[in-house]
Design a protein around this ligand. Structure first.
Ligand code: PLP
Length: 356
C-alpha cells in the first residue's frame, strides 16, 4: 500500500450545533482522493482540503454518466469511541457497482485505510447526540476529457464527509407511499443493482409527481409486469404478514441494501421466518384485506428503519397498523441504532473502530 499524503487546511472549521446539521448540507475540512489510469492502476492516495475542483467541459462523466457512489456512516459512542458500521460490506458493494459500470475495482483494504485516516483527522466533526452521525460519501467518476461513448481510461475516487442530524426529530414518523404504476426505475439486465446516479435520474419525474400528490416516496413495481414489488428507490422494502418477514428477492433490478441484509440476519437470528421472494402488490393488498398485513417498513443507511403508514395503488389507499410504528420495526431500529451508538453489545461485529 502506498503512503497517503496529507495536505491540511490552515484553519479547520467547526462542527455546527445539532439543530443546524440537517442532511448533506455541511462538509468537513478534508477529503480523500485517488486517481486511476489504465496501465498504472489506482494511485496517489491523498487527503486534501475539501473544495472545488476543475474539469474540462468535455469530461466524459458529465455526458455519459459513468459514475458510482456509496453511502455509509461513522458514529461517536458515549465513550467517544468512533466506529464505522459494516465498512467492508459497503466497500465490497462499491466494487460490485464498479463492475456493472465498467469501472476498475478498488483495493478495499487501501480505500478503508484512506477512509480511516480521513476519519481520524476529522474526528471533531463527528457529532455524538443519539441520531446524529457522520455520513460518508465515496464516489468514482470517469475523467477522460473526450466526447464519445466509451469506457473511460482515467477515473477519480473521492470520499467526502458530512455531519448529519437526527433523521427522526420527534419519534418515528410513518411515511405515506405511492405505488408507482406509470414510471419504472430499473429492469433486469440494467443498472438497478448498482449504486449509480442513473437510477436516481430515472426516479425524478415519479418522485416529483408523487410529492405534488402529497406522498413522501414512491414504491417501484417491476418494469415488465408492473406487478411485483421492487424497492422504494433510496430504501429496500419489507412486509410483515401473519408473523412472516418478507422482502423482494434480489432479482437483478433491486439494490442489495446493507440495511436490508442486516434486517434479514437479525430476523433470522431472532427466530422469525424471514423470506426473500417475489411478492406482488395484489398479495400485499389481499393480506391487508384479510387483516394479516401487520407492518411495512423501508430500510436504508440514512433512516435505518422507516415505517410505512399508508400505501396508495391506483388510487386505492390502505392504512398500515393504523398509521403507527409496528413493534418489529421499533425493535429493529432500537437494536441497530443501539449497536451503532454503543449502548447495545456489538455481538455481530458490525462496528469497525477508528480510534482506540
Ligand atoms: C443505497 C440504496 C438503498 C439502501 O441501501 P443501504 O445499503 O441499506 O443504505 C436502497 N435502494 C437504492 C436504490 C439505493 O441506492
Amino acid at each position: 500500500m502506498t503512503d497517503i499524503i496529507v495536505n491540511k487546511v490552515d484553519k479547520p472549521g467547526v462542527l455546527p450545533t445539532d439543530d443546524k446539521l440537517g442532511f448533506g448540507k455541511i462538509f468537513t475540512d478534508h477529503m480523500f482522493v485517488m486517481d486511476y489510469e489504465t496501465g498504472k492502476g489506482w494511485h496517489s492516495p491523498r487527503i486534501i482540503p475539501y473544495g472545488e475542483f476543475a474539469f474540462v467541459p468535455a469530461t466524459i462523466v458529465f455526458h455519459y454518466g459513468q459514475a458510482i457512489f456509496e453511502g455509509m456512516k461513522a458514529f461517536r459512542a458515549a465513550n467517544n469511541q468512533i466506529a464505522v458500521f459494516r465498512t467492508k460490506q459497503y466497500l465490497n458493494r462499491f466494487n460490485r457497482s464498479a463492475g456493472h459500470l465498467c469501472i476498475p475495482p478498488i483495493d478495499v483494504e487501501e480505500v478503508q485505510a484512506g477512509l480511516f485516516k480521513l476519519l481520524e483527522l476529522e474526528k471533531d466533526w463527528i457529532p455524538g447526540t443519539l441520531g446524529t452521525s457522520l455520513y460518508i460519501r465515496p464516489f468514482i467518476i470517469s475523467t477522460d476529457g473526450y466526447i464519445g461513448v466509451k469506457v473511460a481510461s482515467t477515473y477519480k475516487l473521492f470520499i467526502i464527509l458530512s455531519p448529519v442530524g437526527a433523521y427522526y426529530d420527534n419519534g418515528f414518523n410513518p411515511v405515506s407511499i405511492k405505488v408507482e404504476d406509470k414510471y419504472v426505475r430499473a429492469t433486469k439486465g440494467g443498472l438497478g443493482q448498482a449504486k449509480t446516479p442513473a437510477n436516481y435520474a430515472m426516479s425524478l419525474s415519479a418522485q416529483a409527481e408523487a410529492h405534488k400528490e402529497g406522498f413522501d416516496q414512491v414504491l417501484w413495481l417491476d418494469a415488465v409486469h408492473r406487478k411485483y414489488v421492487e424497492e422504494v428507490g433510496t430504501m429496500n422494502i419489507f412486509f410483515k404478514i401473519n408473523g412472516e418477514i418478507i422482502t423482494p428477492e434480489l432479482s437483478g433490478s433491486i439494490l442489495g441494501g446493507i440495511t436490508r441484509h442486516t434486517v434479514l440476519e437479525l430476523a433470522q437470528n431472532w427466530g422469525l421466518k424471514a423470506t426473500e421472494r417475489q411478492i406482488s402488490i395484489e398479495e400485499v393488498y389481499e393480506a391487508h384485506a384479510k387483516g394479516e398485513l401487520e407492518e411495512v417498513f423501508g430500510t436504508g443507511t440514512a433512516a435505518v428503519i422507516s415505517p410505512v403508514g399508508e400505501l396508495s395503488w391506483k388510487g386505492q389507499k390502505i392504512k398500515i397498523n393504523n398509521n403507527q410504528t409496528g413493534e418489529f420495526s421499533k425493535k429493529l431500529f432500537d437494536f441497530v441504532t443501539g449497536v451503532q451508538y454503543g449502548s447495545v453489545p456489538d455481538e455481530f461485529n458490525w462496528m469497525d473502530k477508528v480510534n482506540n
